[in-house]
Ligand binder design. Structure first.
Ligand SMILES: Nc1ncnc2c1ncn2[C@@H]1O[C@H](COP(=O)(O)OP(=O)(O)OP(=O)(O)O)[C@@H](O)[C@H]1O
Ligand SMILES: [Mg+2]
Length: 317
């Protein structure tokens, strides 16, 4: 049995098709990422799988159960961090864990859970005095109280600084190593590349691409290319003196040469050298998941902090 089987799932709000007939499955032990711009339908889809929202069409099986009909049974077996997780202000993470254990009627060692989410040092700090990262770790801690086999993490790292994000990644990797199945949403594509075995990119309620990051880049990307920082005149010279396709990005002052074979790069550079003109930095690169994402959801609204926070992205802009 697959932990998650979603077939032709639909959810409408009036005329708005928030989730418009999507299908996917998630395997046991997999970290599966739902990506997409604001309003794509990620949270709607997650909350339907959690049994918190009713669907309008399609089939959903989570751990073999219909989440809407068998919500109570399902909630014993899943862990959840909702988007914008928050908790009672004057409660400490340790107290929150004890409170949740009571709700689930389970016996837990709060300190062990705090250790698991790297939160021992802030165990006794009131929720309203925790940093953003510590708050999210509290959410993770609470999602683990009932020892779930399946976790839903809706934007667990949004708004966190790069170190805090990495700390959460470490916790998620630890959970994966224990064999937990994890559904995760994020606006950080480097995070998806780091953590997810497979991702689905949603846009306007539909899945527009699905697979490993590499598969998606391969399918929707434009292959390897050489980029030379230089003038349009130089681009024209290379074009005239080789049989290569040469494009020019005036905004970035970049000559772009798609490489059918890697050796084509040599011909392009030889021509550049021969021209006697100046040229600057060179690099070869392939589309990143970011490039492909932006192409697939173009026209959609992108958060400014989404495009900034890419510590692994060394491209020039
Ligand atoms: N209860 C609701 N009533 C009406 N419209 C809703 C409701 N919940 C969500 N929507 C709409 O459905 C669409 C999908 O919303 P959803 O929250 O699922 O998107 P999302 O992909 O999670 O976005 P974000 O990245 O901003 O969290 C949005 O246009 C949203 O305004
Ligand atoms: Mg959301």
């Amino acid at each position: 049995m697959l932990p998650i089987e979603v077939t032709s799932l639909k959810k409408h709000y009036g005329d708005l098709k928030a989730v418009d007939g999507i299908s996917f499955t998630v395997k046991e032990g997999e970290v599966f990422g739902l990506l997409g711009p604001n309003g794509a339908g990620k949270t709607t889809c997650i909350e339907i799988m959690e049994g918190l929202r009713e669907r309008d069409g399609g089939e959903v099986k989570v751990l073999g159960l219909d989440p809407w009909k068998n919500g109570y049974q399902l909630h014993q077996k899943i862990g959840v961090i909702p988007q914008d997780f928050t908790f009672f202000e004057k409660t400490t993470p340790r107290e929150a864990i004890i409170y949740y254990a009571d709700l689930f009627n389970v016996k837990v060692d709060p300190d062990m859970i705090l250790r698991e989410v790297l939160l021992e040092d802030s165990a006794k700090v009131h929720f309203d005095n925790l940093s953003g990262g510590q708050k999210q770790k509290t959410g993770l801690a609470l999602s683990l109280v009932n020892s779930p086999e399946l976790l839903f993490l809706d934007e667990p790292t949004t708004g966190l600084d790069p170190n805090a994000r990495r700390a959460i990644w470490e916790v998620i990797r630890g959970l994966k190593a224990k064999g937990k199945t994890i559904i995760l949403t994020t606006h950080y594509l480097d995070e998806a590349q780091q953590l997810c075995d497979r991702v689905a990119i949603m846009n306007h309620g539909k899945i527009v691409a699905m697979g490993t990051s590499e598969e998606i880049i391969q399918q929707h990307g434009s292959g390897e290319r050489l980029e030379i920082h230089g003038s349009e005149k130089l681009a024209d010279y290379i074009k005239a003196n080789t049989d290569l396709q040469v494009d020019y990005n005036a905004a970035r002052g970049e000559i772009i040469i798609p490489l059918k074979k890697r050796i084509d790069a040599l011909a392009a550079l030889a021509a550049a050298e021969q021209s006697g003109m100046d040229w600057g930095e060179i690099q070869t690169r392939q589309d990143s998941l970011d490039d492909v994402f932006i192409r697939l959801v173009s026209g959609a609204e992108i958060n400014s902090d989404e495009t900034e926070a890419k510590p692994n992205d060394r491209r020039r802009r």
